[in-house]
Ligand binder design. Structure first.
Ligand code: AMP
Length: 300
């Protein structure tokens, strides 16, 4: 496995990658867990060459967010990526990605870039869209692998690929969960043991939302009141955990993030809450065919 830190070295290395076969790319911010590795493993099965990146992107963090304390462990990450069969890891410095004078951003707009994560984290998706564009241009992938864990990010990248005619096939992998349902996240490292137990309330609230959604759907409800019931089911569940503070519980279209006015497929149940020092997000996806993607639980 080749580890490349400089942009020049990456450009040079690209000339030596196999011309035949596709290139799969897995962008990450490091401190890897089995969610990240599921993307790398899928990329390995579908491509001749697999490139991963580890870059804690400063432009997607707000001034009061956790950029400075975001967890890092490069030696461990590199060993995990090597184990997953990754060929090249790109680990650029922030000063190389954003040199003095940097002034050009990719700005998502519209409902997708205004609601939920965007509302709580102004500028976040501008940072994401900008860095993903830059990484796509630097790496030149045929396929890029993202996690459903970050549902709004997936929708933003899908929109960006279409809007900017980027020749990249977006591959989205299910949420990988701990055995007790907690969605894996690098930020789970912020939780103490008591908060770690409390954090399962996000997936439990989504489960309550799913049950309410299916009840309304099976009853043939078509009114906005049915959606309000689903939201309330999630809010009630979240409120039962005193260590968690709800940011939002939402029912929206998974591509546009427009709020739904009836319990129909496709749909996204999205939730965000603070548990101690960690702001956590999670979601359940109701696919267009009416089946749920609730992610996969893995054992210890
Ligand atoms: P991050 O390092 O948090 O920026 O995540 C890098 C990629 O891994 C993103 O596409 C995430 O959506 C994805 N990812 C993070 N957590 C999970 C998870 N629990 N299951 C699946 N994918 C994930």
């Amino acid at each position: 496995m080749q580890v490349i830190a400089s942009l020049e070295e990456l450009t040079k290395a690209r000339q030596n990658w196999p011309r035949a076969g596709s290139l799969g790319f897995v962008p990450t911010m490091g401190y890897l867990h089995r969610g990240h590795l599921s993307l790398a493993q899928q990329a390995r099965t579908e491509n001749a060459t697999v490139v991963a990146s580890i870059f804690v992107n400063p432009t997607q963090f707000g001034p009061n967010e956790d950029l400075a304390r975001y967890p890092r462990d490069l030696p461990r990450d590199l060993a995990l990526l090597e184990g997953a069969g990754v060929d090249v890891v790109f680990t650029p410095e922030a000063s190389a990605m954003y040199p003095p004078g940097f002034a050009t951003y990719v700005e998502p707009t519209g409902t997708l870039a205004e609601r939920l994560e965007a509302a709580t984290r102004p500028g976040h998706f501008r940072g994401v869209a900008t860095v993903v564009s830059k990484l796509f241009l630097l790496v030149g992938p045929d396929r890029a692998y993202f996690g459903q864990k970050d549902a709004q990010q997936v929708a933003i990248i899908r929109r960006m690929i279409a809007d900017l005619n980027l020749p990249v096939d977006l591959r989205v992998m299910p949420i990988v969960r701990e055995a007790d349902g907690l969605a894996m996240s690098s930020r789970n490292a912020y939780l103490n043991p008591e908060q770690r137990v409390a954090a399962t309330i996000l997936s439990r609230a989504l489960e309550a939302g799913r049950v309410a959604f299916d009840q309304q759907r099976n009853a043939g409800s078509t009114s906005p009141e049915a959606i309000a019931q689903v939201r309330k089911a999630m809010e009630r569940a979240l409120a039962s955990e005193s260590l968690a503070a709800l940011d939002y519980a939402d029912v929206c279209h998974p591509d546009t993030f427009v709020p739904l006015d009836a319990p129909t497929a496709p749909a996204l149940l999205a939730i965000a809450a603070k548990v101690g020092p960690a702001r956590l997000i999670d979601n359940y996806l109701l696919r267009a065919d009416g089946s749920w993607d609730v992610g996969v639980r893995v054992g210890k």
